[in-house]
Design a protein. Structure first.
Length: 875
């Protein structure tokens, strides 16, 4: 039975038993800043289990994408060396939210594994928590097992808790015995399914109280159960991994190096799913985890003797419908992101190649005299990491293979001493968790009805709730108070999807204006004088289908249950519609001009501008920007109709609609169609593209590795931008005393004259430097040359120091110009192993520096810096 069939059987079995099939949530957790990645099937149901989110759903089943390669849950270093560790895996799970009991959960589990798969029950045995007598009796009844096959465990292995406090309960694990005597126990006996019975709530003192609603949370690793069903003890021998490893062996050969091929297959799959969700290689947080995965795989590719980019050649196996590793049907985002995945993998491999080769050679040098059992100093490992950018993971892998120990304490001490090293610290996704108050209000009132697509004004909206600035419910307000108002229905768009929230006015029965703070003076009574209350609302937010109108009371009072007339600022909304539709046209044009690998990474739709971030590994040229701009303006002039359709997610994707990678959508989605552009979008848009008027790109830049940003203007803002540029050109023409059409030629002449002057000045500086009386002294067999240069630029001194080639020499020069002093230190190549410029500078100045082991520089304040360097060298 193939892996894909096992997944399908599991889902269908529980759907037949009245469970609702829930799609996998993204690897990037939603509303949970405590997790770097989704690492279990229950993560997307966490708020339901804790009771902070109410639901009508009683039973659920899912196959969840999980990643354990960073943060507290990290299996990365074990991958390749064990039969069961993975960074990416799928977790099959069935869940009950106060519906069925542990007896039903056990019956479901037993029926599935013995009838649907089916497994030999003689190979199975059960563990339970030592005091869980009820589970013991249920298992005896359901399985017919004797007591020796139902094992009581007194440790936390069989008592699960969500945290130090909160829902918890005993769990029961199902194990399978491969019954192969030649296997070690850890490989022979494998846990295949964990059934968690959430029966208690643990308080801060550790006391357990029974939950009013008992829940069930189960998890079964798809790769593990596939190994059991396919009668192999190693997860990497199942059909999916066999196909990936075969492709790796096809390129690299060396079929005996199983560790290398396992790492390549596992890390590739994990990297592919991260990229498909919009994560790109970088130096912080999740981006750094992706970089580690790719680079660790590249190191093993190199170990196999293959020196060209490879991962992008293996990846297509995952989206080839004829392959045993095919995952494109269950996870269509892999196919949609094909181009992005391939270019990202290839680019990261190419960028890492030189670092890998240099690092391996240096590590070889550091370990030449070390034998198995010896220890590599932490300082040497840190030098590889800090100076040469060689990943610690790879250093540890190589040391492990050579049975050389690692001085971990020394490494982290060296890191601590490097004060200038700003190490990336992950602090969650940056999103704040949804506050309990909003869950309570949703439970109390239900979601807000949004009518802003059809109407700009609603005359009978009811004030359901008013919250103070501390998010506490109040019945009425007073003048000057900051409040949040929740209506039963609203025409105001809540900030989401990159589009900022609406502003406008509420009327009770006259007015609450929703405008930027400070637009009107406190005593302004230009509103309807019969108003009960007037307020300024700074923004409209959307939290889980609840629309929050942030207000400042301007006059009078607003009361709960008031009936209001809610009117948006139509002019501002029109500007937002114009910019949002232009953003879609920009996205469409980017894909047409640059390629289908373009995917949205972020956006801002404001009334005065738009911003669009997208995946692309190179700078967009001026000609490409002109083509993109021309295409958007051409679509505007065509005055295309913009319309929306509500349809199923699958139908929308089949029709070519663009979806954001990593975003979780409901079964029914809103598709915005503008010509050939189709996007899943909840924002507001023009009726025809002609309303946009004009589109002008104003900036294009890089904001992260592989991510570019375009900022643009539309309508009157674009016209104003063009006028400002025209005025500036005329001013420049006046300054250089030529007509506008001769500015370029005149500036070219002026620039050439400037370069000639700089060359003459530079030549004079060099003569001054060479004329200085520079002396050398000997220290412990080294030559130490030092000198202070005054009123000479640091770059001139740097050029001079680079010309010095004397062996066994340490050179330290300072260059002072305009009251700023720069220290430049150079160490000859034959002394680099003894003296590091960066370490020297850090020690004598207490500052960080830029450069490498041979040449570095930093700002300098000390007048006796050379004395400090002399003391350092004598030590």
């Amino acid at each position: 039975m193939k892996l894909n069939e096992i997944r399908e059987r599991f889902i269908k079995f529980f759907v037949r038993n009245d469970h609702k099939q829930i799609s996998s949530s993204p690897l990037i957790p939603e509303h949970d800043p405590t997790l770097m990645f989704t690492n279990a099937g229950m993560v997307q149901f966490k708020n339901i289990f804790t009771g902070t989110q109410k639901t009508d759903m009683k039973r659920a089943v899912s196959s969840q994408k999980c990643l354990r390669a960073g943060g507290k849950h990290n299996d990365l270093e074990n991958v390749g060396y064990t039969t069961r560790h993975h960074t990416f895996f799928e977790m099959l799970g069935n869940f009950s939210f106060g519906d069925y009991s542990k007896e039903t959960a056990i019956e479901f589990a037993w029926k599935f594994i013995t009838e649907e798969l089916p497994l030999d029950k003689n190979r199975l045995f059960i563990t339970i928590y030592h005091t869980d007598d009820k589970s013991y009796e249920i298992w005896r009844k359901v399985s017919g097992f004797s007591s020796d096959k139902i094992i009581r465990i007194a440790t936390d292995d069989n008592f699960w808790s969500m945290g130090t406090t909160g829902p918890c309960g005993p769990c029961s694990e199902i194990f399978y015995d491969h019954a192969k005597p030649n296997l070690q126990y850890d490989n022979r006996i494998v846990e295949i399914w964990n059934l968690v019975f959430m029966e208690f709530n643990k308080d801060e003192e550790g006391n357990l109280q029974k939950l009013p609603k008992k829940c069930i949370d189960t998890g079964m690793g798809l790769e593990r159960i596939a190994a059991v069903v396919q009668n192999v003890y190693d997860n990497y021998e199942i059909d999916l991994f066999s196909a990936l490893i075969s492709k790796s062996q096809e390129y690299c050969g060396d079929v005996e190096n199983k560790v290398a091929h396992k790492v390549i297959a596992d890390h590739l799959r994990a990297a592919v799913f991260l990229i498909a969700e919009g994560v790109l290689p970088g130096n912080e947080g999740r981006n750094y985890v992706l970089r580690r995965l790719i680079r660790r795989a590249v190191r093993y590719i190199h170990q196999l003797g293959y020196n060209d980019p490879l991962l992008h050649h293996i990846f297509p196996v995952l989206i080839d419908s004829t392959s045993l590793a095919y995952m494109g049907d269950v996870y269509p985002e892999l196919t949609r992101a094909k181009s992005l995945i391939e270019t990202t993998l290839k680019s990261e491999e190419e960028n890492f190649k030189d670092t890998l080769m240099k690092g391996i050679n240096l590590l070889e040098k550091f370990t030449t005299d070390l034998k198995p059992g010896d220890t590599l100093s932490g300082e040497s490992a840190f030098k590889l990491y800090d100076t040469y950018g060689f990943p610690l993971d790879i250093t540890l892998d190589i040391l492990k293979e050579r049975k050389i120990n690692f001085d971990q304490k020394g490494f982290y001490n060296a890191m601590k001493e490097q004060k200038e090293r700003a190490r990336a610290k992950w602090a969650g996704s940056g999103e704040k968790s949804v506050e309990q108050v909003w869950f309570n209000l949703i439970d109390k009132f239900g979601k807000t009805e949004f009518v802003g697509y059809e109407f700009s004004e609603v005359k009978d909206a009811k004030v359901l709730a008013i919250l103070s600035s501390k998010n506490e419910e109040i019945d009425s307000t007073k003048e000057g108070e900051k409040i949040t108002i929740i209506l039963d229905k609203t025409p105001f768009y809540g900030e989401s999807g990159g589009q900022v929230g609406d502003t406008g006015s509420f009327i009770i029965p006259s007015v609450i204006p929703v405008l930027d703070t400070g637009i009107q003076k406190k005593n302004d009574r230009s509103y309807d004088h019969t108003a009960e209350g007037i307020a300024i609302v700074e923004n409209t937010k959307k939290v889980n289908d609840l629309y929050l109108h942030r207000c400042i009371v301007k006059f009078g009072s607003i009361r709960k249950d008031n009936i209001v007339t809610a009117s948006i600022d139509k002019k501002r909304r029109q500007n937002l519609r114009r910019n949002h539709s232009a953003t879609h046209l920009l996205h469409f044009a980017l894909r047409k001009i640059l390629g289908n690998h373009i995917t949205q990474k972020g956006s801002l739709v404001a009334p005065d501008r738009l911003r669009f971030d997208f995946s692309h590994n190179t700078q967009v040229t001026h000609n490409q920007l002109f083509l993109i701009e021309d295409m958007v303006n051409s679509l505007i002039r065509e005055n295309l109709s913009a319309f929306t359709k509500i349809q199923s997610m699958n139908q929308a994707i089949d029709e070519g609609a663009m979806a954001l990678f990593g975003e979780k959508y409901s079964n029914q989605v809103r598709v915005v169609n503008i010509g050939d552009s189709k996007e899943l979008c909840g924002g507001t848009h023009v009726e025809r593209t002609g309303e946009i008027g004009l589109f002008k790109i104003v900036t294009e830049c890089s904001i992260a590795f592989g991510v570019r940003r375009v900022e643009a203007l539309t309508g009157q803002e674009a016209i104003n931008y063009a006028r400002d540029n025209e005025i500036n050109l005329k001013k420049i023409a006046e300054l250089v005393k030529v007509p506008v059409n001769e500015i370029i030629s005149r500036l070219s002449i002026l620039n050439q004259e400037r370069k000639e002057s700089e060359t003459k000045i530079k030549s004079l500086y060099k003569k001054l430097v060479n004329a200085e009386n520079i002396k050398s002294i000997e220290i412990n067999g080294m030559n130490f040359i030092s000198h202070s240069f005054t009123d000479i630029p640091a770059n001139i001194v740097r050029e001079f120091i680079l010309q010095q080639k004397k062996p066994k020499t340490v050179i330290a020069f300072t260059a002072t110009e305009k009251n700023k002093t720069v220290l430049i230190v150079k160490v000859s190549k034959d002394l680099v192993d003894k003296v590091s410029t960066k370490e020297l500078i850090s020690t004598v100045t207490g500052k960080g520096c830029g450069g490498n082991a041979e040449l570095a520089q930093t700002g300098c304040d000390s007048s006796d810096i050379f004395t400090a360097i002399y003391s350092y060298l004598t030590r």
